[in-house]
Design a protein around this ligand. Structure first.
Ligand SMILES: NC(=O)c1ccc[n+]([C@@H]2O[C@H](COP(=O)([O-])OP(=O)(O)OC[C@H]3O[C@@H](n4cnc5c(N)ncnc54)[C@H](OP(=O)(O)O)[C@@H]3O)[C@@H](O)[C@H]2O)c1
Length: 305
């Protein structure tokens, strides 16, 4: 699946391309599923052109699960035939919405997850781990997640619960039952959040993840009382509020260590990947459009035949 120019989802097309190969320290997989993240359609639309210049044509997709069919020089502990899930080399390069993809960081696929669930997990585990580390999130704290019902929110909430935190998450009313099922105390987002939280967390909130980027940073900082205890992954106005913006960078990420830990949690039945919708590769455009509608409940994935 690729596009030759920026534009709406109609620029996406299935085409024949050269197979990628595993370089040193990497593996190639025969892809069974890949995740869709908002960045896939931000990049495709061209809205990030000033910050990220894609080498067009571009194959979208930043994480995937599948069967290892090439092992690069220097890789130990992974063999051809292993089922794994992981991240493509520096995510902006894409490449996962394809029959074969190269992974730079990976872990064994948990037995308890389908390939679809595993295919949509790695990016959000990387992000959640990076953010929880940045917030020094430890047992006993209360974490507030703005935008808890989406891909990042659902994974961050469960990883935080596994670390022993109490998690309060904002979502629309229709997602409150869903969040409760993940062990999250739900609350509605929007004006008056501080008042609603006062009733839910009388001892206050210790740390905040803004996973929505809907302009609520001023209120989130006021709630926690210190901008250093807020991290956003989605609000480009972060610096104005003294808030850290966390994003993936080229090279090793602190989030990679989260992949094997998350796989262990999954096999203990403590980490699920709720799927909002699954589309076959040829319907990637529809998957991008559903993501762009902004109300995914969990993860959107693409399955590869
Ligand atoms: N910097 C990074 O490393 C990084 C990594 C991954 C993602 N991101 C960014 O983080 C954001 C979230 O990503 P995602 O994959 O979790 O997206 P997603 O799966 O599309 O999440 C959408 C969620 O946003 C919620 N939402 C919509 N309007 C909201 C509002 N006003 N307040 C609070 N929540 C609201 C929706 O809940 P309701 O349906 O209940 O409204 C829905 O569950 C995106 O902007 C993405 O680009 C950044």
């Amino acid at each position: 699946m690729q596009y030759h120019r920026y534009g709406g989802s109609e620029v996406l097309a299935v085409e024949e391309v050269e197979e990628p190969h595993a370089g040193p320290g990497r593996v190639r997989i025969a892809v069974r599923a890949t995740g869709v993240t908002p960045a896939d359609w931000y990049l495709r639309s061209g809205m990030l052109q000033d910050f990220v210049s894609l080498d067009l044509p571009h194959v979208p997709g930043m994480d995937a699960a599948g069967i290892v069919d090439e092992v690069g020089e220097g890789v130990t502990g992974t063999a051809v035939g292993d089922a794994v899930f992981g991240l493509v080399p520096f995510v902006d390069q894409g490449g996962a919405a394809a029959e074969y993809a190269v992974l730079e960081a990976w872990a064994p696929k948990p037995r308890s997850w389908s390939f679809g669930e595993a295919g949509g997990a790695a990016g959000n585990i990387d992000t959640a781990t990076r953010v929880l580390e940045a917030l020094d999130a430890v047992e006993g704290m209360t974490l507030l997640i703005e935008g808890a019902a989406g891909g990042v929110g659902t994974i961050t909430a469960q990883l935080a619960r596994a670390r022993g935190l109490t998690v309060i998450g904002t979502a629309s009313e229709s997602n409150h039952g869903f969040l409760k099922g993940l062990g999250v105390v739900p609350v509605t987002y929007g004006p008056g959040l501080a008042d609603r939280l006062a009733a839910l967390a009388p001892h206050g909130v210790d740390v905040v993840l803004d996973a929505a980027g809907k302009g609520s940073l001023a209120e989130l900082v006021a709630i926690v009382g210190d901008p250093h205890r807020v991290v956003t992954i989605a609000d480009f106005d972060a610096a104005r509020h003294g808030v850290r913006f966390s994003r993936s960078e080229a090279g090793e990420s602190p989030g990679w260590a989260g992949l094997p830990l998350a796989a262990d949690l999954a096999d203990q039945g403590r980490l699920t990947v709720p799927l909002h919708a699954a589309f076959p590769l040829k319907e990637t455009a529809a998957a991008h459009d559903v993501s762009a509608a902004g109300h995914a409940r969990g993860k959107i994935i693409i399955t590869v035949p």
